[in-house]
Ligand binder design. Sequence first.
Ligand code: SF4
Length: 329
Amino acid sequence: MAKSLPIKWSASRANLLSACARRYALQYVLGKEEESEHYDRPSKLVIDQGRWRPPRDLMVLTTKDVLRQRLIEAAGGVLWSHDAMEATLERKLKRRIAEQRGQQEHLARRMGWDKIPQRRLSKAKLTELVNDGMERLVAAETHPLLCRILKGARDTEWLVPNSLQTVDVDGNKIYAAPDLIIREGRKWRLVRFSGDIFWPKPSALRRVELNAMILWAQESEGLPNSPRKYKISRLGWNDGHWVLWSQQGSVKAHNEVKKLIANDVASMRQVSRTMGPARDVDKLAYAQQMWRCRKCPYRWTCQGASNPIRARLEQEAVEVENSRSQLTE
Ligand code: SF4
């Protein structure tokens, strides 16, 4: 029997799959990265489209990048002024917005559309986003978790891992690198920087992502094996403040997260099986709820976006018709 290929798991892939199998498949099965280098390849266009985000989400991502960069440089003794921070944030955000705009123009040309999917961002909106990002970066400087290390504290050990570094768990590739690791005596704190949060306590879904950081750490060189040696933390932004949630690592939570990941991996494998060798995305279900489509980057090209429930019924009718005709052949 042929050996199954490793599946790449991340919390965002698993969340996308539970929201809409089509969206997951478009981004991670059809748009396979290794086949997508040329800018005009259909799979590259599909991957690019899957990454489109509203401007505010781009600001949150960029703010996180700048914070991580500051933490890396603080470890080498380089401290940033607010002017440098603002200039970097603005430059990186503009680049992200321009890249996304370029991809949208490209797709619009390919599709023969007379309009670009998203409106051009006004200068005033850009300034508003930069100000919002700066508020978060400046507030990080006074948060008890970060204030000393952002000043380059010499008595603390910390590390900002590469977010794209995967680890191998049960033959699959897991993306779960923390945004920051801090050594606290005999324990290691694994930190995830989050965007806007509504509640200090993370949802069950988010806790899977946070506990997965322990799986990642265990497989990484130089970090302990026991889940009890870790503390997991989420730093989220709520109403103008950073809010920290933390929990001790435990064997029970560790075993539970391994099981949940194994279930996700099995569902991801099932998506490829359902699509078949022709990788037919039309064999997959549309989103169960309409609100899932509202922010989906495929909404401009997916026929389920206007009414996924109706599209699903039509799709089921086609499937029934196909199986009938196969029986009568
Ligand atoms: S638009 Fe809706 S149905 Fe289509 S891929 Fe996105 S979430 Fe799924």
